[in-house]
Write a protein that binds this ligand. Structure first.
Ligand code: GRF
Length: 198
């Protein structure tokens, strides 16, 4: 990644625990000093997303583009692009952002759009990943950080974390253990990108 100011914009829809992990890591590991990088904005499609208040409390610009105000996906994505581009991002990070993005959006952010998905891709794209892994009798589950392409939950894999599925596991218990690993992996993957190693 080139350029002096590497602004990072994070998109969320809910709790934003991955977003918070990235913000904390950016400060603890001095991304500003080392890479000229900082999280400049957190944007949600849901006004009620808990992560928004947390980010605002940390002094980060927040924004809402409510998808319910748009009747077409393209119109929502266009408004989202306007909000995001106001921050001139070097990297756009999807962190629990629960909207499917149009090919036009994905193309606009080609090479600077990444996502975290709670499965070991290419297995279990889509929703309910942990329950499906348990139902299939998988012995391990996990999460994947990947580049975003027009095809849902595809794109180059940047990192993966593996978590064992325990006897009697519930989707909720498994999700909690996977989330702990997500919080370690996502900042690590971003740091590698900032360092130009991916
Ligand atoms: C994470 O499990 C992530 O992998 C998935 O949605 C969840 C978001 O959690 N895409 P949070 O909002 O970061 O707490």
């Amino acid at each position: 990644m080139v350029g002096v100011n590497k602004n990072i914009v994070i998109l969320i829809s809910g709790a934003g625990s991955n977003m918070a992990a990235i913000v904390r890591a950016s400060r603890e590991r001095r991304w500003q000093l080392r890479f000229g990088a900082q999280v400049t904005a957190v944007i949600s499609n849901k006004p009620s997303a808990d992560g928004l208040a947390w980010a605002a409390g940390e002094g980060i610009a927040t924004g809402v583009v409510d998808h319910r105000a748009f009747d077409r996906r393209e119109a929502f994505d266009a408004a989202l692009v306007t909000h995001i581009d106001a921050h001139h991002p070097a990297l756009v990070v999807l962190a629990g952002f629960m909207r499917i993005l149009t090919p036009g959006f994905v193309q606009h952010y080609e090479h600077r759009l990444i996502n975290i998905h709670p499965s070991l891709l290419p297995a279990f794209t889509g929703l309910n990943t942990h329950q499906r892994a348990i139902d299939m009798g998988c012995r391990v589950a996990g999460a994947t950080v990947h580049r975003v392409t027009a095809e849902l939950d595809h794109g180059d894999i940047l990192d993966q974390a593996v978590v064992p599925i325990l006897p009697g596991d519930t989707a909720q218990a498994l999700a909690g253990r996977v989330l702990v690993q997500e919080h370690l992996m996502y900042p690590r993957a971003i740091e590698r990108l900032l360092a130009g190693a991916n």
